[in-house]
Design a protein around this ligand. Structure first.
Ligand code: ADP
Ligand code: MG
Length: 591
């Protein structure tokens, strides 16, 4: 083996190490905003302004200005060094750390992949002038006195100029701005007393004057949402909870509006979000999440903040107890808001032997016709939905399904039917109608006959992040039949919807539908128009839980029989299950 071959391992130089580490801290422009704002918060700022500049569809500059403590010239230079921090001095300090930063990595990481201009003046300093330092790719290229107010302004330009792959993988401008808006929303919620302004070029996206959490929620989500919220305060032995949650009537399809901060640090935690949801118990369906704006106060020694380079997660040493306490406090808050009927009666563990039934089913005489009589309201809703899809037959009545006779409906969800051969068929009414709607929606939008005016336009109020996402999606939504006009700050007017949703669709339904369309992470991996169609189909379809008359069941099955692909819903789940007579005979040991 030659010498050259035996020495392949080298210790990387500092600049390379910093740039590699930067990959973890500075994933995207929003990470820069996060780190700079957190530094401003740690500096005790009462006002933070974030200005994003873009040109030709790319973010060209990020500037964060604060009125915090500022830095003296020596500290300002040191701030760019890796592992240079004023916030801790030894590892033990970490466990009592009340600042958002502590690793001393952010400024060094950002400077290693960008051009950073720092202008700062310390409140504690004696000089009249401040300092202006320019750092390019990790090297200080300019350092001079400069006139400036107390506080700090950091401008980041040419982000990722020396890491081309990362530059290339940046999302679209609108996606990035939406992301940044979401981030500022979270910071506002975790520090509502600070005044925040976020602007993009000349447009102001968020402007909150600073107040209490209630004020912040009103500013971000509007009075109609804020009014419905339920106040939560309470403490257990491990955690103190403070904030607001939504009533069960106000929910979302995923937990993206469950905002949790631990000791005023916004974190992402499925486990804690799950604990909040559990507090609702059966008040919420399994696939719905509440809105929650909660701060958890936990003694610092129970929280490990040093888990994630971007500090998005924390580790709790008593997570199990904390979760249980959160669930209890949430449950009590809901109960005192008079929403929980009463706890289900406990079944005593030691039932007397005689009362235990061997056969677990209660036997009742069949109802007339075997079908539960639907309430008038229910039947009306089902009727409206069925009629919308009945007007048109896309494919001539075919025989994709055998002739069926309806036996009944189970759990207000499954239609029970039998074929001429006495095979048993169970049909999921929601999935079936979703398939019918989906094919018709697609057909109509391809033929450009998708739009219809609502009897009454519907006003929707959105959060800053949702607004940004919606603004970018409007042209696409228009192609699928939705016409939305901006209407005052963060309000939109929905004027038209796809024909198949009907002219008198409930305003609440329209709001839910739009919220679902723009929820972050929804529609991943699916073409955007396809995603819209699927949601329209799902929203417009007869619900699981709606009772249908025998005639309505039959009409639904006839509609399904005419679809191209009757056996699965647009998400690929089955619409029906067949139990062959032969299989039944086998099950009963007859053959
Ligand atoms: P960390 O926040 O983990 O300490 P950073 O790299 O983010 O590390 O910042 C390094 C240091 O620079 C901080 O500890 C702080 O002393 C100083 N600093 C950064 N931003 C500001 C600011 N906006 N105002 C005052 N000091 C700041
Ligand atoms: Mg920091």
């Amino acid at each position: 083996m030659s010498d050259q071959e035996s020495c392949r391992i080298r210790v990387l130089d500092d600049a390379t190490v910093t740039r590699i580490a930067a990959g973890e801290v500075v994933e995207r422009p929003a990470s820069v905003v996060k780190e700079l704002c957190e530094n401003a918060i740690d500096a005790g700022a009462s006002r933070i302004a974030v200005a994003i500049t873009s040109q030709g569809g790319r973010i060209t500059a990020i500037r964060v200005t604060d009125d915090g403590c500022g830095m003296n010239p020596e500290d300002a230079r040191l701030a760019f060094a890796r592992y240079a921090t004023s916030k801790i001095t030894a590892i033990d300090d970490l466990f009592a750390c009340e600042t958002l930063g502590f690793r001393g990595e952010a400024l060094a990481s950002i400077a290693s992949v960008a051009r950073v201009t720092l202008v700062t003046k310390a409140r504690s300093g004696t000089g009249i002038a401040g300092r202006r330092i320019v750092n390019l790719g990790g090297d200080i290229v300019d350092d001079a006195e400069a006139g400036c107010p107390f506080g700090t302004t950091i401008t980041v330009e040419d982000l990722f100029y020396n890491t081309p792959p990362r530059k290339k993988f940046q999302k679209s401008l609108s996606a990035e701005i939406a992301f940044i808006s979401g981030l500022i929303e979270r910071l506002v919620l975790s520090r509502p007393h600070i005044s925040f302004v976020l602007s993009h070029n000349t447009r102001q996206i968020i402007s909150v004057p600073g107040g209490d959490l209630g004020d912040a929620i009103i500013h971000l989500y509007g009075l109609p949402v804020a009014r419905q919220l339920i106040r939560v305060t309470g403490s257990g032995t491990r955690v103190r909870l403070d904030g607001y949650i939504s009533p069960p009537s106000l929910t979302r399809k995923n937990p993206y509006q469950v905002y949790i901060s631990v000791n005023s640090r916004i974190i992402a935690s499925r486990a804690l979000a799950g604990a909040i949801k559990e507090g609702y118990a059966t008040l919420l369906p399994a696939d719905r999440y509440p809105l929650a704006f909660l701060n958890l106060e936990i003694i610092a020694s129970d929280v490990d903040v040093n888990v994630h380079p971007a500090k998005r997660e924390v580790r709790l040493s008593r997570e199990f107890e904390v979760r249980a306490e959160i669930t209890t406090i949430v449950r009590h808050s809901l109960a005192s808001a008079c929403l929980i009927a009463s706890e289900p009666e406990r079944i005593p563990a030691d039932l007397p032997h005689e009362t235990q039934e061997l056969f677990p089913y209660r036997i009742v005489a069949p109802r007339e016709g075997g079908v539960h009589e639907p309430s008038r309201n229910d039947r009306f809703a089902t009727e409206r939905q069925l009629r919308l899809t009945e007007t048109e037959s896309m494919i001539p009545p075919g025989s994709r399904l055998p002739d069926l006779e309806i036996i009944g409906q189970l759990g207000n969800l499954y239609i029970i039917a039998r074929t001429g051969e006495d095979d048993l068929i169970l049909i999921d009414q929601h999935a079936a109608h979703e398939r019918v709607l989906y094919e018709q929606v697609r057909e109509r939008s391809l033929r450009d006959r998708a739009t219809q005016e609502l009897i009454e336009p519907v006003v929707i109020s959105l959060s800053p992040r949702e607004c940004e996402t919606l603004a970018a999606a409007i042209p696409l939504l228009a192609q699928e039949g939705f016409t939305l006009d901006a209407f005052g700050p963060r309000n939109y007017l929905v004027r038209t919807v796809p024909v198949l949703l009907g002219r008198n669709i409930e305003p609440g339904e329209v709001r839910e539908l739009i919220a679902e369309l723009i929820a972050p992470g929804s529609g991943k991996g699916v073409d955007a128009r396809e995603h819209i169609r699927r949601i329209v189909a799902c929203r417009g379809a007869i619900k699981a839980g709606a009772s249908c008359s025998p005639d309505q069941c039959l009409r639904l099955i006839r509609q399904l029989a005419r679809t191209e692909n009757p056996s699965s819903c647009p998400h690929g789940r089955p619409t029906m299950v067949i139990l062959k007579k032969r299989r039944l005979d086998q099950l009963f040991g007859r053959i």
